[in-house]
Structures are given as C-alpha cells and as structure tokens.
Design a protein around this ligand. Structure first.
Ligand code: SAH
Length: 352
C-alpha cells in the first residue's frame, strides 16, 4: 500500500480531486504524508531553508522581533510563536541571539505550530533546555500579545488552481488515465473569491487560491490587532500570483508533482496580496529577503563571525551570506512581510 494506491482508490470512488486535496494528502496524510513521516530538510534531504543555511538568519529575525517587543512596551506575558518550525533551528538561533534582551525570555511563552509528529520530535531535541508548547492549529494560539515567525510555512499550505474561461473559471483537478494520475479541468463556474482577478487576467490564465492561508492570517492578525505584537512572514512568492507555481522537489531536484505522491515536497508560491487582504491589523511593504537582511546588518554580523573562522568554514560563511541575500539566489525570490498593530512601527528591517 502506498499513497498513490490510496489516491487512486479515492478518485475511483469519488471522482477527480482538487489540487488542494491532492496537496493536503501528499503533505499530511497521517500514514504516508511527506511531512508526517520524515525530516526532509538539509543536504541529505530534499530541500534546504534559510535557517539551515546560516545561524545569521534566525539571529537577525529574532532581534527584529525582540526590538518590536521592546518598542511595544515589553508586554508580559506574550506568545512567542513559530509556524512550521522544521528542525527548530530558527527558534533556537532566535532564543540564543535574544538572551541579551532584558526580560524577553522570561516573558515569552514559546508556542510551536506543527502538524508533523516526525518534525515535532526533531524540534524537541533542538530546543531541549526550553519549554515550548506544541499546537497543531493557529486557532489554538492564546489570546495575548503575539510575536510570531514563519519561514517557508505558507508555501506548504494547499492551493486550488483555476483556469480562466470567459467570465468564469474551471478548477484544475487530478483524475485518472488508466491508473495514472493526470491533471484535468472541472466544469466552468463563477468563483466569487476570484472576482477581482477578472480585471488582470485573460482567457486561459491560471490563478491560485489558498483558503487555508486566509484562516491562519485571520488568527494571527486578530491577536495582533487586539493584544499587540508582530509577525514576520518569510516565503517565496510575490505580491499577486499568476500562473502555475505548483512545484515538487526530491533530493534538491524538481520532479513532476504527480509522479511520487508523499515522497516529494510539494509547494506553491505565496500570493502576499491575498494573505493580507482584509486583515484587522497593519502590514508592512513586501520586502525582498536580501534587502531585509542587509537592513538588519547581516554584513556586519558576517564580518564578526568571519573573525573566528578560516579555510572551508570561512568559505562556507561567505557562501551562506551570498545565498541568503544575493538577488540571483534567495535574496529576491524570497520576500518578507510584517504584521503590526495600529499605532506601532513595523518590525525593524521593514517599512510601513
Ligand atoms: N520553517 C522551517 C521548515 C519549513 S518546512 C525552516 O525554515 O526550515 C514547512 C514546515 O511547516 C514543516 O515544519 C512542516 O511540518 C510544517 N507544516 C506544513 N503544513 C503544516 C500545517 N498545515 N500545519 C502546521 N504545520 C505545517
């Protein structure tokens, strides 16, 4: 039995499924899901992420968030949350870097939002010595000031895809051709949620919709608007999405998204405009990751770390700095957006 068999049986029984249903099964199926069964990160895994590339990423993000906490009058207690913490590296780097901020660690209640039992075990190891609390949904975040991080979390949430057809839309679905998974299209329907996209698309254009992201954003922004706090959300994507961005990665190589369900990572670009639409708190400008990290002083931090290094360790540090910030590497593809309450400044590194 494999996830492919499970999906084939489901499609035979129910008919074609949406891209969102396919993604949800591939990533989080309790028995065969990609994240539920493994730690996919790092050189030996399928992909790597900014916190795994260098400690500088978590340190700088942590200091930006801690400065926001200082600026808002050091609320105590507050929730220090991370969505989809992977191996726990970003949170560990943040906690180490903010040790010198008086009162921050004592006031912080660490909450990790994680759906994968395998990665939760990994986070427990990395964060031994702290007392994080795990939840699986942002609706369970406490009602108190919220300082929150997410790196490459929203790109893992299931998206639906729609093809423009006149003034209606046909949803992209996954069905069967013999017993092979194949993309197809549903019938033409009106899509109220895509009304505004009739202005900037043409027949045949594909747009993506991430309903799950809207629910998460509502949970975060309600707490920040009501109790204060801030969020730093980092992901690949752009202000408004257009085109098919569904992508599968296996061993750092792109593969066909339908070829190995549950055994390759599946992501889609994040539509940041949709993310912040209608939220009750303020948001910063969307800022390229490279610009954000440079504003926070990544070059000075790299120089300080370089003092103690030579040989291959020094080369690795220089390569990591370049990889995180250079426009041809992650510097431009990845973007940062900040959330903050009315009357407060955005977290350092971002502009209102
Ligand atoms: N932030 C980490 C890991 C990114 S991978 C890093 O930068 O290295 C995506 C993370 O989100 C994983 O921890 C995965 O298990 C988690 N995740 C994916 N979908 C989720 C969901 N619906 N709810 C909670 N966590 C989820």
């Amino acid at each position: 039995m494999s996830l492919k068999d499970v999906l084939i049986a489901r499609i035979q029984a129910e008919g074609p499924i949406s891209v969102a249903d396919y993604m949800a099964e591939c990533l989080l199926h309790p028995q065969f899901g990609y994240y539920t069964t493994r730690d996919p990160l790092g050189v030996a895994g399928d992909f790597t992420t900014a916190p795994e590339i260098s400690q500088m990423f978590g340190e700088l993000i942590g200091l930006s968030l801690a400065q926001s906490w200082l600026d808002q009058g050091r609320p105590n207690p507050f929730t220090l949350a991370e969505l989809g913490p992977g191996r726990g590296t970003l949170m560990a780097d943040l906690l180490r870097a903010t040790k010198g901020v008086p009162g921050f660690a004592d006031a912080a209640r660490i909450v990790l939002v994680e759906a994968s039992p395998a990665l939760k075990t990994r986070q427990k190891e990395t964060l031994a010595g702290y007392e994080p609390h795990w939840i699986t949904a942002t609706s369970d975040l406490p009602d108190q000031p919220l300082f929150c991080l997410a790196n490459e979390f929203f790109d893992a949430l299931p998206i639906r895809q729609f093809l423009r057809d006149g003034t209606g839309w046909r949803e992209r679905r996954i069905g069967l051709d013999e017993s092979v998974l194949r993309f197809g299209l549903g019938v033409r329907q009106a899509q109220p949620a895509l009304q505004h996209r009739l202005d900037d698309t043409q027949d045949g254009d594909l747009v993506e919709l991430c309903t799950a992201a809207g629910a998460v954003m509502a949970d975060l922004s309600a707490r920040i608007a009501q109790h204060g706090g801030a969020a730093l959300l980092v992901d690949y994507g752009d202000w408004r999405s257009l085109g098919d961005t569904l992508q599968a990665l296996r061993a750092h190589e792109r593969v066909d998204p339908l070829s190995m369900p549950g055994r390759a990572d599946l992501t889609a670009h994040v539509d940041f405009e949709a993310l912040v639409q209608g939220i009750p708190c303020r948001h910063s400008r969307l800022t390229p990751q490279g610009v954000f990290l440079e504003r926070l002083g990544i070059t000075a931090r790299a120089q300080a770390l370089a003092q103690k290094l030579d040989g291959t360790a020094l080369d690795a540090l220089i390569a990591a700095h370049r990889r995180l910030t250079h426009p041809e590497e992650m510097g431009n593809l990845f973007k940062v957006i900040g959330l903050f309450p009315e009357g407060a400044a955005p977290p350092p590194g971002l502009e209102p």
